[in-house]
Ligand binder design. Structure first.
Ligand SMILES: CNc1ncnc2c1ncn2[C@@H]1O[C@H](/C=C/CNC(=O)c2cc(-c3ccc(F)cc3)cc(O)c2O)[C@@H](O)[C@H]1O
Ligand SMILES: [Mg+2]
Length: 214
């Protein structure tokens, strides 16, 4: 009855992970996607870099663009102190449904708001509708051609402040060349590249950290 890969990932987690244990959820998604079916989760190599950037930023208000199955939502939220707010945006209802169940199973649903819709519509609503002042941390992992326009939209909506961290997945594979060129040359960000590997593969990939200068 599990027709989609995402449902099969959820089923594997529900069967094999430990309820309320985010690390076991992460480990089992990685196990399924490396042994059975490849899937576009940030994975464990890039995930460890993500963990370190989150830890050093110690963020209180976090936004993720592109929830997919919720792997990076679980990865990020397992590190956060109580009382922080994590918003994640997903416009595919089937993916959002899987992600909510995975986040819930991990015991993190109280920290997470899965906002169903398009980033282009939701980002402008964050201040008024979701009572966001500014964002401390943004994880960008949705369609690669939307990285640059959505980063510019975050700026336009005054959601970034001095020191806000924008961390982008896949800047080598599939790549986000216009985003890289923008954040590295527009003069508004201090950029750091973190070379790593594509999830569950030996191919090179990288994360880019862009810290807003304010
Ligand atoms: C544009 N506005 C949007 N608003 C809300 N949600 C959006 C969205 N765009 C995309 N999404 C959602 O984000 C997710 C999209 C992620 C796109 N990611 C990739 O394409 C990707 C692709 C690869 C990949 C790498 C190598 C390869 F051979 C094949 C694929 C690896 C990755 O780590 C990736 O992140 C989906 O859940 C989609 O429904
Ligand atoms: Mg990715």
């Amino acid at each position: 009855l599990c027709q989609t890969k995402e449902q099969r990932i959820l089923d594997f987690v529900l069967k094999n992970a430990v309820r309320g244990d985010p690390q076991s959820v992460i480990d089992n998604i990685d196990k399924y996607c490396s042994q059975r079916e490849w899937s576009m989760n940030v994975g464990n190599e890039k995930g460890i870099i993500l963990d370190n950037v989150v830890k050093e930023s110690n963020p209180s208000t976090i936004l993720e663009l592109g929830t997919y199955c919720g792997y990076s939502a679980v990865r990020i939220c397992r590190l956060l102190k109580p009382g922080v707010r994590f918003f994640t945006v997903e416009f595919n209802p089937a993916y959002a449904a899987v992600a909510k169940q995975i986040i819930e199973f991990a015991g993190l649903i109280d920290k997470v708001q899965v906002l169903e819709g398009s980033t282009g519509d939701i980002i402008p609503q964050l201040k008024k509708k979701y009572e966001v002042d500014t964002l401390d941390f943004v994880f960008v992992d949705h369609w690669k051609d939307k990285y640059k326009p959505d980063t510019q939209l975050l700026e336009k909506c005054n959601l970034l402040r001095k020191g806000s961290v924008v961390l982008a997945d896949n800047v080598i594979v599939p790549g986000a060349p216009d985003f890289l060129e923008y954040v590295r040359n527009c003069g508004k960000y201090d950029c750091t590249n973190f070379p790593s590997f594509l999830e569950y593969m030996d191919e090179k990939d990288a994360l880019e950290k862009a810290v807003f200068r304010g």
